[in-house]
Design a protein around this ligand. Structure first.
Ligand code: ADP
Ligand code: ASP
Ligand code: MG
Length: 448
């Protein structure tokens, strides 16, 4: 087998039988696609999250019922449901047992176990959709090869172990059959189920692509590629045909949901080209993400991340004092708080955290704030949005920043970060202003 492609299908792409059939068309049209990574069907992970958070059995079971409905609808649409009905029932009954038996509150480890059922169900169903199209195909449990640490909820993949396990267990199978695998989930060295964080199936596909020396990783989703900004924010967003790893990674980091932020790390390490396209319209083309690109425009895209927290620590002791920042970051590091933006003045430092579940914000406990208070006056502000302009040479090009600030005339900015990266310029605005600001900026930078 010469060339290998890993294809990943997101939640809406495997939402129901019809959607799965469209994905099967894509897989079967290209014999190089040997590994297929699937997300949970749309909505299922949210229901599983609800199960893991609710304490009342009735609430847990109402979420379960929705998962069962989505699953059964696909099962019943198959030509041979009996081929997988028993497997599906085993999974559903395992899930029911977990729901019933657990104590009032689930541990982080139990939560990951619960969250894993979405991908475990969709992968069994999608394998059967392919099998009914005469494909030589098997469902393979990603947890056997996608080794992670034990940081439940946002586990860190162990790249060397993943490579060794994939080469041993997966590579030999690919000559004779395709494998359908679960995105998002892995297992630690003790075999306990872990997850890579919400939206992590993109990352799974890239990690598997890296471990199997794939030439391309395909991310099939509900948009025809990566756009100049989220197409849900403005009709003027347009598809980018080619983008560099650096720019796309900045986009993902700063909120372009189309890619999980870590997706491009394995692709960069192994120089694997990544394709993003729509499973509804595969003929519409898509976006290629690669190391080398033909054009590097000053402005490539605008990303938006809502719900940011801004922390300001102000202390006259910072004036001419060495080590103040070290002490601030020492507190943050001990509390596992990762910071996005930082600016400093003579006597203060301002930094931002993401409030999304599972992010740095969860670690911002009262204890952490109290420890910061020992260093100076602490102010915590919520309800802010981070807008990132992504492009090339943004740190140095004469005229570019002037043009950008002109485009932002009248915008009330809370904080600006510029200069650290040649690929982005970020600023904070109030959540309520975020969408109009992105529209205004997009209009000036991309359509003027
Ligand atoms: P999947 O379930 O296939 O992983 P996601 O919902 O995670 O799909 O990601 C696709 C969504 O990402 C799109 O529907 C779109 O609203 C959003 N998105 C945000 N920024 C961008 C962007 N710059 N280009 C394309 N899509 C974007
Ligand atoms: N199913 C998981 C989620 O909804 C992972 C993914 O879809 O990428 O977050
Ligand atoms: Mg996604």
């Amino acid at each position: 087998m010469s060339e290998l492609i890993v294809a990943k299908f997101g939640g809406t792409s495997v939402a129901d039988f019809q959607a799965m059939s469209r994905c099967a068309d894509i897989v079967l049209a290209d014999n190089r696609i040997r590994v297929v990574v699937v997300s949970a069907s749309a909505g299922v992970t949210n229901q599983l999250v609800a199960i893991s958070q609710h304490t009342e059995l009735t609430e847990r079971f109402s979420a379960y019922t929705e998962i069962e409905r989505i699953t059964m609808a696909v099962l019943q649409a198959l030509s041979h449901p009996e081929a997988v009905a028993a497997h599906v029932e085993v999974l559903l009954s395992e899930l029911r047992q977990l729901i019933e038996q657990a104590g009032t509150v689930f541990s982080v480890q139990q939560k990951d176990e619960i969250l894993s059922f979405g991908e475990r169900l969709s992968s069994v169903l999608f394998t059967q959709v392919l099998a009914e199209r005469d494909a030589a195909v098997a469902c393979f449990d990603s947890r056997l090869v996608l080794r992670t640490d034990s940081h439940f909820g946002k586990a860190e993949p162990q790249v060397d172990a993943i490579r060794a396990l994939c080469q041993q267990q997966i590579k030999p199978l690919l000559g004779s059959e395709r494998l359908v695998m679960q995105g998002f989930i892995g297992a630690d060295a003790q075999g306990q189920t872990t997850t890579l964080g919400r939206g992590g199936s993109d990352y799974s596909a890239a990690l598997l692509g890296e471990a199997l020396d794939a030439s391309v990783v395909q991310i099939w989703t509900d948009v025809v590629g990566i756009f100049t900004t989220d197409p849900r924010l403005t009709e003027q967003a347009r598809c980018i045909r080619e983008i560099s790893f650096d720019e796309a990674a900045e986009m993902a980091t700063f909120g372009a949901k189309v890619l999980h932020p870590a997706t491009l790390l394995p692709a960069v390490r192994q120089n694997i080209r990544v394709f993003v396209g729509s499973s509804r319209e595969p003929e519409a083309g898509g976006t290629w993400i690669a190391r080398e690109v033909t054009e590097r425009p000053a402005y490539r895209a605008i990303a938006l991340r809502k719900s940011q927290t801004l922390i300001t620590v102000k202390s006259p002791a910072m004036l001419h004092a060495a080590g103040f920042l070290t002490r601030v970051f020492d507190v943050l590091s001990r509390h596992h708080i990762s910071v996005d933006l930082v600016t400093t003045s003579e006597i203060s430092v301002a930094l931002t955290l993401d409030e999304a579940p599972g992010s740095a914000f969860d670690s911002l406990t009262e204890t952490a704030i109290e420890e910061l208070r020992l260093l100076g006056e602490v102010k915590v502000e919520h309800g802010l949005s981070l807008v990132a302009v992504i492009g090339n040479h943004l740190h140095s090009s004469r005229g570019i920043t002037g043009e950008l600030f002109q485009a932002l005339e009248g915008v009330n900015m809370r904080m600006i970060c510029h200069g650290a990266s040649k690929h982005n310029l970020c600023f904070l605005v109030q959540d309520a202003d975020a969408t109009p600001v992105v529209k205004q900026l997009h209009q000036s930078l991309f359509t003027a």
